[in-house]
Design a protein around this ligand. Sequence first.
Ligand code: CP3
Length: 356
Amino acid sequence: MSRLKNDTFLRALLRQPTEYTPVWLMRQAGRYLPEYCETRKRAGSFLQLCKSPAMACEVTLQPLARYDLDAAILFSDILTVPDAMGLGLYFAEGEGPRFERPLKDEWEIRNLSAPDPHAELQYVMDAVSEIRRALDGSVPLIGFSGSPWTLACYMVEGGSSSDYRKVKSLAYNRPDLMHHILDVTAQAVVKYLNAQIEAGAQAVMVFDSWGGVLSEAAYREFSLRYLEQVVSGLIRERDGQRVPSIVFTKGGGLWLESIAAIGSDAVGLDWTMDIGRARQLVGDKVALQGNLDPNVLFAPPETVAAETRRVLDSFGNHPGHVFNLGHGISQFSPPDNVTVLVDTVHEHSRKLRAQG
Ligand code: CP3
């Protein structure tokens, strides 16, 4: 039951041929769009926006109304999971996310349990079903979660961090406790993503935003191993359709081949590695998603178009590319440059196909 008017994104993730390269942008619904800021104001706060399925649906659709995007992504946040685990998420004005009760003591860690997605996180599942209804088969809907390591960083640090001192201290002093957090969180992520798939998510992405701050050995032990556990637990097919998965470790370029081996359908790339070289390294193992530097959007439109073509040319005319930025779009990006980016991806990739 495909029934999608545009399933280019899903086919590219499965490395099937497509007429052009599909594109969506991490954080495509967000503060660079004035209509987002308006809805957020009406909601009262970012968290209230996430917790209202009707408003989450509204902002999910906003970038699709402006741009010819090939996928929608659920509007939510990775930190809803630790919030549901009882840590008390809040956003201090201008300071980013914070937890009222970060993990400090051994008993708090031992008491952690994976939340039931149909209890504390039902609002996310309601948003997924509402968005699917509103999309009406136009483009696929992506569900997402943070990776166990990235969620653990926030849970132990209590918010964003510049040096990851607390979480790395725990990892090196009490690896047993660190593994306990990661194991419970991995179970939570599997349940959460599978509930999103059951509610209607047609692909899922795992954001390992802070995997790249680890040494190679620590990355394998504390991040990659749990990414693999998550990917192995995912529902692979729903209503006769494959539900592809994407794993994105920011700063993971050095470990690309190991990441490509854990069983996900696609790997997200940040902007640091040339995507053509990345393709040579992974071969036919996985599709690649990326990888324009988000700061290119601050250049004049001609440069945006040229840098976009550079990424497409470097990947070349092969199946298995989903165009994206190498990280989330900045809130200061000029919205008109996104039009240039999206249209260039479509036009230039059609040209590459025609050239053979
Ligand atoms: O891509 C999308 O459009 C879907 C929505 C989405 C948000 N956060 C909305 C959001 C997604 C996929 C995320 C993931 C997320 N959240 C990540 C992983 C991706 C990445 O960026 O590495 C991380 C690390 C978070 C945690 C988080 N949430 C931070 C650090 C912040 C503050 C940073 C900032 O830009 O202010 C948030 C808040 C947040 N999440 C906003 C949005 C649109 C801004 C909140 C606002 O409206 O004030």
